[in-house]
Ligand binder design. Structure first.
Ligand code: SAH
Ligand code: DHB
Ligand code: MG
Length: 225
């Protein structure tokens, strides 16, 4: 099936405009720098872009930058005056991403903050930053902690997306010893009775194989469904 999935992705991309020079540059520089090709697929990038644009997000937080491919998609959803903060642990990734964002004309809109995300998140709260949209896509073992921070940092009505919540079906394994899969399972356990958010998840197939996104809407205090 995976060959068909990839060909269908190619067809969708060709029909929906999911590539251009700045995006191609981000993928090329990532490959040249030896980074893993674990960016979102082009149609997934556009999907994130449309979600952020659809809720008229003005402030976006991304956790896990890599070479800035998803960052470009998200930053392009912002209106004039909007901004995006993206957190990246690896100094080389952060440097390549900053160059790619500059190349994409987004240097003034995006701040790449280098370091472990968990060390940056309290500082964002201390700065009083409030986000409309959060994309969680760093180390999977820390997803429950990142999701807690995302709820805290997101306005009511804001949206949180978590990437890689299916992992080829590995999340079904209750006795997994893979800390990344355990992280996703802890996330699903925690949201199952969390009244602060309304959550679903969608399985995805395509050029990036079989995985999925979780989508959470932050509830206002009075509503819980
Ligand atoms: N969002 C990107 C892909 C991110 S890949 C895209 O779709 O284009 C995951 C990234 O998270 C990698 O660059 C990795 O270095 C980074 N990462 C891993 N652990 C991290 C941590 N603890 N804090 C911040 N970033 C981390
Ligand atoms: C991995 C990470 C990702 O964010 C992704 O989309 C795919 C794979 C990984 O760490 O293997
Ligand atoms: Mg991912």
């Amino acid at each position: 099936m995976s060959e068909t999935w990839s060909r269908v992705d190619g067809y969708i991309d060709a029909c929906t405009g999911s590539n251009d020079d700045a995006l191609a540059n981000a993928l090329r520089t990532a490959a040249e720098a030896g980074m893993p090709a674990i960016n979102v697929a082009p149609n997934q990038g556009k999907f994130l872009h449309l979600l952020a644009k659809g809720i008229q997000a003005n402030r976006i937080l991304e956790i896990g930058t890599l070479a800035g491919y998803s960052t470009i998609w998200l930053a392009r959803a912002l209106p004039d005056g909007g901004s995006l903060v993206t957190l990246e642990f690896d100094p080389m990734h952060a440097e390549v991403a900053a160059a790619n964002l500059e190349y994409a004309g987004l240097a003034d809109v995006v701040q790449v903050r280098q370091g472990a995300a968990i060390d940056h998140l309290p500082g964002l709260a201390a700065e009083g930053l409030v986000f409309d949209f959060v994309f969680i896509d760093a180390d999977k073992r820390s997803v429950p902690e990142y999701f807690e921070w995302a709820i805290r940092l997101t306005r009511p009505g804001g949206m949180i997306i978590v990437d890689n919540v299916v992992r080829g079906g590995a999340i079904l394994d209750e006795s997994t010893e893979d800390p990344d899969v355990q992280g996703i399972r802890r996330f699903f356990d925690a949201v199952s009775n969390d009244k602060r958010v309304s959550v679903t998840a969608i399985q995805t197939v395509g050029g990036k194989s079989y995985d999925g996104f979780a989508l959470a809407l932050v509830n206002s205090v009075e509503s819980s469904e």
